[in-house]
Design a protein around this ligand. Structure first.
Ligand SMILES: [Zn+2]
Ligand SMILES: [Zn+2]
Length: 511
């Protein structure tokens, strides 16, 4: 796999790439900010969102480098414990004879199949025994699947003998020897190489017929190519090795009396099967998407196993009551004078019916027109705006709002963020030169409308409505438009503080 290096520190491997400036970033060039339950990762040089660099599992940890590690996988403490546990169960069942032996075989296979799934799912520890469901799923099923898979190498010699024997009975009694030619031997060896693919299908709980289906088995082997043949030869070697180890144990225990030799032999003989089923699991972990076992993002892993080094603290949001927070930065205009509020309080009840059918849409259409839009808008602008608001970089957010204007979709920010951006833009409008004031105030109004668009009945809506009305009055000197918004506010939220205030304000307005 190609190593990607940090743009700033060419000796450090990079694990992220900035979505805006395109730098490759090492952990030292990457920051994170806690955002809700999760966290966002940031490019320290430019402050924009950074994405993890990912690679396919087969490139990140190729089977050629991981396969041999399966040889020592069962030798961990937990590995040896489960090896011993499975051996005890299998050995005790075998001691009970007949059916018990078959059940022991099934239990062992069920556990081996589980190793494949557990490893394929990305785990490196030893699987805990699964809950027992029923005798078919947990004992007979695995045995039957193993039998089906072994047909790949058992069938050629069996068919050959059936076709060529004079008397099957004599063959079974070893009274007749059927001469074997190279063809059935070659087919048996090919079958032995394909047997692991059939086992994989069985272990992953694929349909039983697929285990015998040449298209599924041969096709799967061809799709995985050299990785498959490497793994298959490795498993074949493990089987031969396992056979030799079993024979060796039997010979040894026949001569030397060792306590619990039956159990010990079972445990030693299980070691290499653990290794080969682990190897099959590693193959599925690296290339399983090509067998239809999961896919997409699950097979793309971070190329650098590290965390960003810097925590970026969010800027404190101004405290105080919601009302203070909403209005504090803007100069208290005539509309908000406390004395005036007091003065109009009594006349609120006498307010006439507000003009009906005034739709917010009208305001929405009126506002963007005043904002000069650039010809083309940067496609990344909405995500940069979202990022700026998430990191409380309001200066940047206002600049982005000026650049994007009405082209920025409402869904870019939350209603809360739109309202904060509106307030910040309102402040900027209040302190800017008179010829700039108008455009900024329109943008602030636009942000108010986006907030209301997102949450027309939300808790913030009446406050934002009032904020918009004040903008029209104080910064755009458009009393008619302000009154229209106030009437709408009264109509929609008559019971809220803002609605009552708007009613008093309208009642006190000069006719
Ligand atoms: Zn950057
Ligand atoms: Zn760096």
């Amino acid at each position: 796999m190609r190593l990607i290096l940090c743009t700033t520190h060419p000796s450090s491997p990079a694990g992220w790439r900035c979505t805006v400036c395109g730098r490759d970033l090492c952990p030292d060039c990457t920051g994170f900010r806690v955002a809700g339950q999760g966290r966002v990762e940031l490019c320290m040089p430019c402050g924009s969102l950074a994405h993890r660099l990912r690679a396919h599992r087969s490139e990140h940890a190729p089977l050629s480098t991981t396969l041999l590690s399966s040889l020592r996988w069962p030798s961990s403490r937990e590995g040896l414990i489960s090896l011993a546990a499975v051996s005890v169960i299998v050995h005790l069942l075998q001691l009970s004879g007949g059916l018990g032996g078959l059940i022991g075989f099934g239990v062992m296979l069920a556990y081996l199949f589980q190793i494949v799934r557990h490893t394929a799912a990305g785990h490196d520890d030893v699987p805990a025994p699964e809950d027992f469901h029923n005798i078919f799923d947990d004992v007979i099923g695995p045995s039957f699947r193993a039998l089906l898979a072994s047909m790949w190498f058992l069938a050629p010699p069996m068919i050959w003998i059936y076709e060529n024997a004079h008397s099957l009975r004599d063959v079974l009694a070893f009274d007749e020897i059927v001469p074997i030619t190279p063809l059935p031997v070659a087919l048996m060896l090919l079958g032995a190489l394909l047997y692991p693919m059939s086992i994989i299908i069985g272990a992953l709980r694929g349909p039983m017929y697929a285990m015998l289906n040449p298209i599924a088995v041969i096709g799967g082997a061809l799709r995985l190519g050299s990785d498959y043949w490497r793994c298959s030869l490795f498993c074949l070697a493990c089987s031969f090795g396992g056979g030799l180890v079993s024979a060796g144990c039997d010979a040894l225990f026949d001569r030397v009396p060792i306590p619990f030799s039956g159990f010990l032999g079972a445990a030693i003989s299980l070691y290499l099967p653990f290794v080969s089923f682990r190897a099959l699991g590693l193959l599925v972990r690296a290339r399983g998407d090509e067998l239809g076992y999961g896919g997409g993002d699950a097979y793309r892993v971070a190329i650098l196993d590290a965390s960003p080094r810097h925590e970026v603290k969010p800027v404190e949001i101004a405290s105080g009551s919601a009302h203070e927070r909403l209005y504090a930065p803007i100069e208290l205009g005539p509309m908000m004078h406390p004395m005036e509020i007091q003065a109009v309080a009594e006349s609120a009840a006498e307010l006439g019916t507000p003009t009906p059918q005034l739709e917010f849409e009208e305001e929405r259409k009126a506002a963007p027109g005043a904002v000069a839009l650039p010809e083309t808008v940067d496609a990344q602008l909405p995500s940069r705006l979202a990022m700026s608001m998430a990191t409380r970089d309001l200066d940047n957010a206002r600049a982005l709002l000026r650049a994007g204007g009405a082209s920025i979709p409402a869904s870019t920010l939350s209603a809360q963020s739109w309202s904060e951006l509106a307030r910040s833009m309102g402040e900027e409008a209040a302190r800017t030169s008179p010829d700039e004031k108008r455009a900024r105030a329109e943008l602030s109004l636009l942000a108010c409308m986006r907030a209301i668009e997102l949450a027309p009945q939300g808790a913030l809506a009446p406050k934002i409505w009032l904020q918009a009305a004040r903008l029209c009055d104080e910064l755009l000197s458009n009393r008619t438009r302000s009154d229209r918004l106030l009437r709408e506010l009264v109509q929609r939220f008559p019971e809220t503080d803002e609605g009552k205030f708007a009613a008093r304000r309208l009642a006190a307005a000069p006719k």
